[in-house]
Design a protein around this ligand. Structure first.
Ligand SMILES: [Zn+2]
Length: 402
């Protein structure tokens, strides 16, 4: 840590001298030693380079913000220089193959539509809401022959991607879950039987405005695109749910990356998820996909108290963890959000668990920070495969229960 700190001071000095030059962007690591320090960082205007604020948090610092960073009074060190995220858009490798490159929102939807058109008896869709900027929010349903003939499935599961805009690996992972379940159902009796016992719902992108903004304006954008007034934009949708709303690990500062919004479900995107889940019969599982950290998380995030079914959440979480490890040998941590990650209040899985969805999880995908949100496209396929392995086990667990 010492060498990092010295380097940080040198680069900080260089940054200050270079203020007349084009602004430099850098990733800094901040160590917070107690709840008050962590909340101070959560309430700051600094953009996060982590998916959460905790004892060790990476942030995005422009050279013009170095004095502000120092004034926080927290221990910090330079990590590496970053490209200006506003220059990112033109350099993006664009593709229509969701396994080898990242895709724009319209192309993601076009791929889902191609799957729906190819499998009209198994896949249907509905619009569950409209974003702040009037983009449709879609949800796809996958079901086998029994549930498509009108009988009620034994249980339902909801998977969704992109609640945080910049976490691009979440979208192709959720796409692969649908695609591979459909493909495997053609050859695997076990998968066919699974799909005949449940309905599986997929939300391709819950925060389409933020997602598109990461392509066109700012690669590090996290929140939705609500105007908060005074030139401030965005609510952290994963701090906008009702359970634990307003607690630690969320902020009332509109400029904060963890700004929770004026009230629970103030945002059309979180209301879309809420209303969709409430309308689906027998929802027994929900997984909210994020990056980056490589962790299988379960409730609660808002408190360190154990949830009533902690041992069962831990059991199924460990099954997923082992399936991931067995796929490509990559280790993910596993555990209660509050203890493994840190306090986070108003998160989706706390809300769904409190609602009565017993298997509510959030999975932080690759990596652990080397590339962060800019996970290289050649890691899309292995990430898809390891998460499919975990989710297949997850579904079989639910099938054996319901
Ligand atoms: Zn996230």
């Amino acid at each position: 840590m010492r060498s990092f700190t010295i380097l940080g001071v040198l680069l900080a000095a260089a940054g200050l001298q270079a203020q007349q030059a084009p602004e430099a962007w850098a990733r800094y690591r901040v160590w917070a030693h107690n709840d008050a320090e962590i909340q101070k960082l959560s309430d700051s205007d600094f953009g996060l380079f982590s998916d959460f604020v905790g004892p060790v948090t990476d942030i995005v610092v422009k050279s013009s913000q170095l004095a502000e960073l120092k004034s926080l009074g927290l221990e910090y060190a330079f990590v590496n220089l970053l490209e200006d995220p506003r220059d990112w858009a033109g350099k993006t490798i664009w593709s229509l193959d969701y396994r080898t490159a990242y895709m724009r929102y319209s192309d993601i939807l076009a791929q889902y539509e191609a799957w729906r058109n190819a499998n009209p008896k198994m896949i249907s869709r509905q619009q569950i809401g409209t974003s702040v900027q009037n983009r449709p929010i879609w949800m796809y349903r996958l079901h086998g022959a029994i549930s498509s003939d009108g009988s009620t499935p034994r249980f339902s599961v909801v998977f969704f991607a992109g609640i945080h805009a910049r976490e691009w690996i979440s979208e192709p992972v959720v796409m692969y879950l649908l695609d591979n379940l459909v493909q495997k159902s053609k050859t695997s009796p076990a998968i066919r039987q699974l799909l005949n016992s449940c309905s599986i719902y997929f939300i391709p992108v819950l925060n389409p405005d933020g997602y598109e903004y990461t392509w066109t304006n700012d690669r590090y954008w996290r929140k939705n695109r609500r105007s908060n007034g005074g030139g401030s934009y965005g609510v952290d949708l994963n701090r906008n749910f009702s359970k634990g709303f307003g607690g630690g690990g969320s902020s009332g500062n509109t400029n904060s990356d963890t700004y929770r919004g004026p009230s629970a479900f103030s945002e059309p995107e979180t209301r879309a998820l809420r209303d969709a889940v409430l309308a689906i019969p027998r929802v027994r599982g929900l997984i909210d996909f994020h990056s980056y950290a490589q962790i299988v998380l379960w409730p609660w995030g808002y408190t360190g108290s154990a949830p009533p079914t902690a041992s069962e959440l831990d059991r199924v979480g460990a099954i997923m963890q082992n399936a991931i490890l067995g796929s490509h040998g990559v280790h993910y941590d596993e555990g209660q959000c509050y203890w493994v990650l840190y306090q986070a209040s108003g998160v989706s899985m706390d809300w769904s668990y409190d609602l009565g969805v017993p298997y509510s999880y959030s999975i932080e995908l690759r990596d652990t920070g080397q590339y962060g949100f800019e996970l290289p496209a050649n890691q899309i396929i292995p990430t898809q495969e390891e998460i499919y392995a975990a989710v297949e086990q997850f579904l079989f667990q639910l099938q054996s229960k319901y």
